[in-house]
Design a protein around this ligand. Structure first.
Ligand code: PHE
Length: 342
C-alpha cells in the first residue's frame, strides 16, 4: 500500500534528520517538520477516516508507531544535545578563580561628612530626631521668626546672599528650629545638619559651609542641660579627655547666649607652639544658648511652661581642627589627592 510505504519513508527521513540535528534549536525544527500540526504524517492521520474500512487499521497503526518512534528518538537526542550544550557552556564560561582580581577603587568619606555622621549619631543615640529644611529660605524663617525683625542691626552680622522675592540662601540652620517647632508640639529634640551660605571667603570661611543645629524644648530644661549635652558631645567626637567651656556671647534668638570652646585635643593647652590651637589651649566650636522666650511665643509655645536650648556647630571647622587641615577651602575643591588622605 502506497500510504504505508510513504509512512515508512517518512520515518527513515525523520530519524536521519533527528540524528543530524546539531542543536536543540535544530531538533525543534525537525520535530515541527515531522510531528507538527501541518506535518505530512499528521495530515495522513487526519485523512484516515476517509480510507476504506479495511485499510484504516493498518494505516492508523503504522502512523502511530512512527509517531511514537520519532518522539522517542527526539527525546533521547534532545537529552544528548542539552547535555552537550550545558557542558560547552560550562567550559566557555569557566572562571579561573586563581587569577588576580581587578582592583576596585574605593572612595572615602569627606572629612566634614565624617564629623557630621559622628555628631548626628551621638544625638540620635540620645533620642534626638533628624530634621531638615530648605537651603533657599524665606526671610521670615531665616530672620524674623528668630527674633531678628526687618531693619534690625543684627541682620548685618550674617553677610546674607539675598535672592528675589524676599528669599535668601539660609545663613544658618536655625530656621529649621522654627520649621520644627511650627510643625509639632513639645517636647522637641532634633538635630539638623545642613549647608549654609554667607558672603565670606578666606582661609577659614567659604561662601558655602555646613552647620549642625540642635534644639531641645521640654519642661524644665536649663543651661546645665545644655552644658552637659555639649560636653558629652565633645567627648564623643574628640575623645574622653576633651574639656568644654562656655563663654558669654550674643544671639538674637537665645538668652542667655554662649560660645562653646573645646580644649585642644592635640596639646590640651600645654604647648605654646601647638599648630592646632596656636597656643590658646581652646578651639571654638559654635554658638548656643537658651531659646529666647520671644521665639517660643512666635511659634505658639508657652514660654511660661516650656524652656529650651539650641546650639549650632560648624562641622567644617571641627574637621579642620580634628584632622589638622590649615585651609577650609581645600574641603570644597574636590581634589582627590587631598580627599584620599581621609
Ligand atoms: N545660628 C547661629 C549662627 O549661625 C548659631 C546658633 C545656633 C547660636 C543656635 C545659638 C543657638 O551664628
Amino acid at each position: 500500500m502506497a500510504v504505508i510505504e510513504r509512512i515508512n519513508e517518512l520515518e527513515s527521513e525523520a530519524l536521519a534528520a533527528v540524528s543530524g540535528a546539531g542543536s536543540t534549536g535544530d531538533l525543534e525544527s525537525v520535530r515541527v517538520r515531522y510531528l507538527g500540526r501541518s506535518a505530512e504524517l499528521t495530515e495522513i492521520k487526519k485523512g484516515i477516516g476517509t480510507l476504506p474500512v479495511d485499510e484504516r487499521k493498518q494505516v492508523g497503526g503504522a502512523a502511530n508507531r512512527v509517531s511514537r518512534s520519532l518522539e522517542a528518538a527526539i527525546g533521547s537526542r534532545s537529552q544528548d544535545l542539552a547535555g552537550g550544550e550545558r557542558e560547552k557552556r560550562l567550559r566557555e564560561e569557566a572562571v579561573d578563580v586563581t587569577l588576580p582580581g581587578v582592583p576596585y577603587p574605593k572612595g572615602s568619606l569627606h572629612p566634614t561628612l565624617r564629623i557630621i555622621d559622628d555628631v548626628v549619631d551621638f544625638f540620635v543615640g540620645l533620642g534626638y530626631r533628624i530634621a531638615e529644611g530648605p537651603e533657599v529660605e524665606t526671610d521670615y524663617y531665616n530672620f524674623t521668626a528668630l527674633n531678628i525683625p526687618p531693619e534690625h542691626p543684627a541682620r548685618t552680622m550674617q553677610d546674607t546672599f539675598f535672592l528675589d522675592d524676599g528669599l535668601v540662601l539660609r545663613t544658618h540652620t536655625s530656621p529649621v528650629q522654627i520649621r520644627t517647632m511650627l510643625s509639632q508640639e513639645p517636647p522637641v529634640y532634633v538635630v539638623c545638619p545642613g549647608r549654609t551660605y554667607r558672603r565670606d571667603s578666606d582661609p577659614t570661611h567659604t561662601p558655602m559651609f555646613n552647620q549642625i543645629e540642635g534644639l531641645a524644648v521640654d519642661h524644665g530644661l536649663s543651661l546645665a542641660h545644655l552644658k552637659g549635652t555639649l560636653a558629652a558631645m565633645a567627648r564623643h567626637t574628640f575623645g574622653e579627655g576633651a574639656v568644654t567651656r562656655l563663654r558669654p556671647s550674643y544671639f538674637q534668638f537665645t538668652e542667655p547666649s554662649v560660645e562653646m570652646d573645646v580644649s585642644c585635643f592635640v596639646c590640651g593647652g600645654a604647648d605654646q607652639n601647638c599648630k592646632v590651637c596656636k597656643g590658646a589651649g581652646w578651639l571654638e566650636m559654635g554658638g548656643a544658648g537658651m531659646v529666647d522666650p520671644a521665639v517660643l511665643s512666635e511659634v505658639g509655645y508657652d514660654p511660661e511652661e516650656f524652656t529650651g536650648f539650641a546650639f549650632g556647630f560648624g562641622p567644617d571647622r571641627m574637621a579642620m581642627v580634628k584632622y589638622g587641615v590649615p585651609d577650609l577651602r581645600l574641603f570644597f575643591e574636590g581634589d582627590l589627592r587631598f580627599l584620599r588622605q581621609f
